[in-house]
Structure formats: C-alpha cells, structure tokens
Design a protein around this ligand. Structure first.
Ligand SMILES: NC(=O)c1ccc[n+]([C@@H]2O[C@H](COP(=O)([O-])OP(=O)(O)OC[C@H]3O[C@@H](n4cnc5c(N)ncnc54)[C@H](O)[C@@H]3O)[C@@H](O)[C@H]2O)c1
Length: 234
C-alpha cells in the first residue's frame, strides 16, 4: 500500500480558488484524487459556494454524492482590535471560519458515514493555539474554536471510521497575510519567533494536509498539527 495514496478518492476543498486551498486541491489532484473546488470567487474549475450558506453547502455536497476527503480551508480575517471591530465583522469571521467549517463537515460526514469512512482536515492556525501577535480577535477566537471542534467531531465520528484532524500553519505568503508581509515591523516580529528562520509555502501546508487525509495517518484523529517552523516551541 502506498502510504500517501489518495488515488481514486473523491475530495472537496473549500476556499480553493487561491492560496493554501488551491495548493491543496492541486496536490490532491496530482496524487490521483478527484477534487471539487468550492469558493466564493471564480477560478479555474471552481464551483461557487459560500460555506456560510447552509442551503448552498448542502446542495453542493448533494451534487457531488460520494465524498472521501474534506479539506475545510475557506477562511477570512478582520484585523481590528476588539474595541474597533464591528458586531457585523465579528459575526462574519465566525460565520465563515467556524460555522462554515461545521456546515461542510456535517454535510460531508453524512456521505462518509454511508460509505464506511472518510477523512476531514481543518485549517486551524498558530493563532488558534496562541494569543497572536496583533489585533485579530475574531480570527483568533474562530481558530481556537476550530481546534476544539476538531476534537469534538473526531470523537463523534470515530465510530463511523471518519477521522477529523487539523493543521495549524504559521504565516504563509497569501492574499490573507499580504498586510503582514508588506509591513517590515510585523514581519520582523514573526521571524524573531521562528526558530527555523524560514516560513512555509502554501505547498508545505498542502503536504501536511495530504498526510492527514491519507492512509499514513489512519491511526491519527482529533489532533491539530502545527506546520510552524518552530513558532509554538518558544
Ligand atoms: N496564510 C496564512 O498565513 C495562514 C496561516 C494559518 C492559517 N491559515 C488558514 O488557511 C486557510 C487559507 O488561507 P489563505 O492564506 O490561503 O487565504 P486566502 O485569502 O489566500 O484564500 C482563502 C480563500 O477562501 C475563499 N473564501 C473566503 N470566504 C469564503 C466563503 N464564505 N465560502 C467559500 N470560500 C471562501 C476566498 O475567496 C479565498 O479563495 C484559511 O482558513 C486561513 O485562516 C492561513
């Protein structure tokens, strides 16, 4: 058995139009999976789905039918302090990063349960395992919740042979983190906290996701794997 084998599997990746989601969808496809790419935005081979819209999510999963792998990657941030963020902005971040992930997970789990198993990989963040470096309270709260929802769903779905894990990336250069990478002061703060002295590319996160989704991780469930170049070791 090839350890990272996902050949012939049916995968769904949310937020797959760009960034980590696109890198993950491309890697899964290169490894022989059939990949459905969901995103709010248009993109190559992308199905337009808002993960925070329950009806749209259920309709999209019903159209696909069999799902073996789900990567809950869609995510947003509103970088404002807790005194400045509006109620609407707070709700929007939680709606996408937490509720959207939950809605996609249960839609996928219904299919996985019928077919005898599956694997779900969530995008948490080092911001869900630490207080974070700058004001981003809704994001930090949502990612902390993803870490614990990963455990709760892992327990709930274990009897159905559905594994649920997460990755917690450090900073990866994408549109989401453009403001950080273009600010030398914030960038220095991150590098000062990064023992390996380098940051991952989107493809490095995709490889960790592939591992957790594959048979190589068949005895792993409920964990959040940092892909952080040592950030959390400090
Ligand atoms: N880039 C990083 O440094 C980093 C670090 C830790 C965790 N993450 C997490 O990784 C995931 C991907 O981040 P990224 O950096 O690639 O971001 P990105 O902004 O480049 O891509 C996110 C994608 O999600 C899509 N999306 C947003 N809202 C959506 C919705 N409601 N429904 C469907 N799609 C939606 C966007 O259109 C976009 O294509 C996110 O969950 C993010 O929180 C990123």
């Amino acid at each position: 058995m090839q350890l990272l084998d996902v050949k012939g599997k049916s995968a769904v990746v949310t937020g797959a139009a760009r960034g980590i989601g696109k890198a993950t969808a491309d890697l899964l496809a290169a490894q022989g999976a059939t990949v459905a790419r969901f995103d709010l935005e248009a993109g190559e081979g992308v199905t337009r789905v808002d993960v925070a819209d329950e009806d749209a999510v259920n309709a999209a999963f019903a159209k696909i039918g069999k799902v073996d792998i789900l990567v809950n990657n869609a995510g947003i941030a509103v970088r404002k302090s807790s005194l400045d963020i509006t109620r609407e902005e707070w709700d929007k971040v939680l709606a996408v990063n937490l509720s959207g992930l939950f809605l996609c997970s249960r839609a996928a789990a219904r299919s996985m349960k019928r077919q005898g198993g599956g694997a779900i990989v969530n995008l948490a963040s080092i911001m869900g395992l630490s207080g974070g470096l700058y004001p981003n309270p809704a994001y930090q709260a949502s990612k902390g919740a993803v870490v614990n929802l990963t455990r709760a769903l892992a327990l709930e779905f274990a009897a159905d042979n559905i594994r649920v894990n997460a990755v917690a990336p450090t900073f990866v250069r994408t549109e989401l983190t453009a403001p950080l990478f273009s600010n030398p002061e914030s960038f220095k703060k991150v590098m000062d906290h990064t023992p390996l002295g380098r940051l991952p590319e989107a493809e490095d996160i995709a490889q960790a996701i592939l591992f957790l989704a594959s048979p190589a991780a068949r005895c792993i469930t409920g964990v959040t794997l940092p892909v952080d170049c040592g950030y959390l070791a400090r």
